[in-house]
Design a binder for this molecule. Structure first.
Ligand code: B16
Ligand code: MG
Length: 220
């Protein structure tokens, strides 16, 4: 039986990808690297330092910076990103997500968060949906980021449920891989081209309902 639903944040609950992109574009520009929205797809669900590594590789500058310098660049990006998320408010919740959280809670299921973002707790508060979450995995305590299963497993462990009793919801291919490796049922939101491994796929958050997800799980 399903006991819990574990959500990714960026791309599932709200769309912070554009804000991450603006912050990275500014920092990458200072390094002489120009990134575009197509490249940005490769940063979704990837943690902060992992994102910087991908940007440097894209710009052919993988070996140009020391670890200390990279940490400073990542810190600058985060300072700028934190300014951008000051404006986040309940209107930024993606369509259908608030009613889905209400529906899941009414159904008696637990709700967890498995975001790679260290800013996730702040964003969840700004969206005014903190009360729905029974557990939030802490990415700063996780050894291996997505696509490793660690973050989804930590959320299940805090919720005190087995991974097989969880449905994970993700928009990024690294995230779907993470859910599958954790042994959970994976719901993908977005482009089938990137999310081939999902057990159940919808085009947008509006199509996510408790009934559809449980139906898909029953059919698996
Ligand atoms: P931060 P998710 C991810 O969020 C973003 O998709 C990714 O672009 C970002 O680099 C990562 O969080 C880390 O975020 O720099 O705020 O710690 O999709 O896992 O909710
Ligand atoms: Mg995401």
């Amino acid at each position: 039986m399903i006991q819990a639903f574990i959500f990714d944040l960026d791309g599932v609950i709200t769309d912070t990808a554009d804000l991450h992109f603006r912050a990275w574009k500014k920092c990458a520009g200072k390094l002489g690297i120009d990134i575009d929205l197509t490249f940005n797809e490769r940063l979704k669900g990837v943690d902060r330092i992992g994102s910087l590594e991908r940007i440097l590789e894209f710009g052919g500058k993988s070996n140009h910076y020391s670890l200390e310098e990279k940490l400073k660049i990542a810190e600058d990006k985060n300072d700028y990103y934190k300014k951008l998320i000051l404006d986040v408010n309940p209107k930024d919740i993606l369509p259908g997500i608030h009613s889905l959280l209400v529906e899941i809670k009414r159904g008696g299921y637990k709700i967890g968060l498995a975001s790679a973002s260290k800013n996730a707790p702040t964003i969840i508060k700004s969206l005014e949906i903190d009360e729905f979450f029974d557990a939030k995995a802490d990415p700063s305590t996780i050894a291996n980021s997505k696509p490793a299963p660690d973050i989804f497993l930590q959320a299940a462990s805090i919720l005190e449920v087995e991974p097989t009793e969880c449905i994970g919801i993700e928009d990024a291919s690294a995230g779907i891989e993470s859910i599958k490796k954790a042994g959970m049922f994976a719901v993908g939101v977005g482009d089938p081209e990137y999310l081939k491994e999902a057990d159940y796929l919808v085009n947008s958050t509006e199509e996510l309902t408790l009934e559809n997800m449980l139906k898909a799980w029953n059919l698996k």
